[in-house]
Design a binder for this molecule. Sequence first.
Ligand SMILES: Cc1ncc(COP(=O)(O)OP(=O)(O)O)c(N)n1
Ligand SMILES: Cc1nc(C(=O)O)sc1CCOP(=O)(O)O
Ligand SMILES: [Mg+2]
Length: 201
Amino acid sequence: MKLDPFYLIVDSSEWISRLIPLGVKLVQLRIKDKPEAELRKEIAASRTICEDHGCQLVVNDYWQLAIDEGCDFVHLGQEDLADADTGAIRKAGLRLGVSTHDGDELDAALAACPDYVALGPVYPTVLKKMKWAPQGVEKIGKWKRAVGGLPLVAIGGLKPERLPGVFENGADSAAVVTDITLNPDPESRTREWISATQKWR
Ligand SMILES: Cc1ncc(COP(=O)(O)OP(=O)(O)O)c(N)n1
Ligand SMILES: Cc1nc(C(=O)O)sc1CCOP(=O)(O)O
Ligand SMILES: [Mg+2]
């Protein structure tokens, strides 16, 4: 399986309606702390937009809602992975991505037979407090050797000028939040990301 090299992460269907029509082909809906009814609505609305634009939709955390709404992927962190029914995710035809931050987490992720593995934070991130120091791009090469043919997603502090180092070290896709959502012109920045990743598409 090949992942698009530009992996956008946003926290609402409103962002999805703004940015996906620009040509984004892989997006994660990452919503925290909302009631289930609202989450379900957000996922359903995002799915419709993604389907209309040929974009794959990844749902973070809420694997059952992702199954119910017929999304493409579920992304799970290590704690969510321990609690999730990965058999049900697969049986429903969804693919699975798993976060990793150290060697033990990589072993646990690989044991779940995911469809991609994410490594982060490659650079410092302002989005959330992390208990891991920035990994650096060299760690991407180490991870790629360990995951073999499995797609590897790099995440954390990524910007267009950091992409050559990320891809040259073996990442297959680069995930981004704040470089786009906190940019004064998110639409233009999204277009920049699409063209900056073209060479790896
Ligand atoms: C592509 C990608 N990589 C890593 C994460 C982080 O997932 P997780 O560790 O579950 O943390 P939260 O995003 O839930 O705060 C991700 N979401 N996407
Ligand atoms: C959500 C998330 N997970 C990470 C991990 O290392 O698992 S880093 C991260 C934040 C990514 O946001 P930005 O592109 O703004 O740095
Ligand atoms: Mg999570």
